[in-house]
Write a protein that binds this ligand. Structure first.
Ligand SMILES: Nc1ncnc2c1ncn2[C@@H]1O[C@H](COP(=O)(O)OP(=O)(O)OP(=O)(O)O)[C@@H](O)[C@H]1O
Ligand SMILES: [Mg+2]
Length: 304
């Protein structure tokens, strides 16, 4: 593969997502998100709640229609979802009637339709072993903790041998110890498999520990790439070494400061906007009195 393609393995070009607001007007939630990702690179996305992180991730996954711009993976423009991009969300959505092994085999079957059952089983076992579930392969989701279920979700995603791994707050529902364990599971797997990865997280420390570059998104609407921060830590990473690195607290402080500045900007924008008329309800009916509904209601009253 040429160096050029390796350096621009994933190209997110001027990505736009517009959603209709309650008045039927299209609002560009994401507007011109632009990023190039190297092959095997791990990118973290940080930004305020509601700025559009998941919107970008689901568009790259092909699960959310793109309103403008495009996404090119390994030189090919994406057209919908595909096994070349696997996704892990906060909850893994496992099939409850299948064991851990069955759930992972399902994905393997999709990518290797011509493999024998024995080969598929061996592959699924290999990935379950990698996420530390060698002893729990035959358990059903109801018999597993949240952390174990998330491990199955990760094994299923990796077993697809994706070109890209898309993680949307994958540890968001887990306690901090399990969270750290799973961060290391992912880091180890990625060291071995070199999968290009996008990680959406709210956790600054998680992003610093796991990622090669951290992208902060500006406030929505019209969110886009804000600042790109290169991490100076060597790989393979050792948590204590990263924490002891002379740059660690500067990087952490600067990221938190940037996010706080965005928060202040958001508050200021909120104050500058004309006051929004609140939805109120009365005893006679429960029609909301938003400006549009008020007109409709007055029309109703007139008709009566
Ligand atoms: N289907 C939809 N229809 C209309 N608006 C939507 C839809 N999905 C998301 N939005 C809006 O798009 C914006 C971005 O949402 P998104 O879920 O991408 O944010 P986020 O950064 O992932 O937030 P969080 O950190 O809370 O997960 C929000 O204002 C949200 O209300
Ligand atoms: Mg989100």
């Amino acid at each position: 593969m040429s160096n050029n393609l390796q350096d621009k393995y994933v190209e997110i070009v001027n990505l736009v997502k517009a959603y209709p607001n309650p008045f039927g007007e299209d609002i560009r939630v994401v507007d011109g998100f632009d990023l190039r990702i190297k092959q095997g690179e791990m990118i973290g996305i940080l930004g305020h709640s509601g700025c559009g992180k998941s919107t970008v991730l689901t568009m790259v996954a092909g699960l959310n229609a793109i309103s403008g711009g495009n996404v090119i993976v390994a030189g090919k423009e994406i057209d919908g979802a595909g096994p070349d991009r696997s996704v892990v969300f906060q909850s893994p959505c496992l099939f409850p009637w299948m064991t851990a092994l069955g759930n992972v085999m399902l994905g393997v079957k999709r990518v290797y339709p011509h493999a024998s059952k024995k080969e598929r089983k061996e592959l699924a076992e290999y990935y379950l072993n990698q996420v530390g579930l060698a002893d729990a392969m035959h358990k059903y989701p109801r018999e597993m903790s949240g952390g174990m279920q998330q491990r199955v979700g990760i094994a299923r995603a990796i077993a697809l041998k994706p070109k890209m791994l898309l993680l949307d707050e994958p540890f968001g529902r887990l306690d901090s110890l399990t969270r750290m364990e799973l961060q290391d599971v992912i880091i180890d797997i990625l060291n071995e498999n070199k999968v290009t990865t996008l990680l959406v997280t709210h956790d600054v420390d998680e992003a610093i520990y796991m990622c090669d570059r951290i992208v902060t998104m500006t406030n929505g609407p019209h969110a886009r790439v804000g600042r790109i921060n290169e991490m100076p830590f060597e790989r393979p990473r050792i948590r204590q070494e990263v924490l002891d690195h002379p740059e660690y607290y500067n990087i952490r402080g600067s990221l938190i400061q940037y996010l706080e500045d965005l928060e202040h900007e958001k508050e200021k924008q909120g104050q500058e906007k004309p006051p929004v008329e609140e939805e109120t309800f009365n005893d006679q009916d429960d029609l909301p009195k938003t400006p549009k509904d008020k007109t409709e209601k007055s029309e109703l009253v007139f008709m009566l």
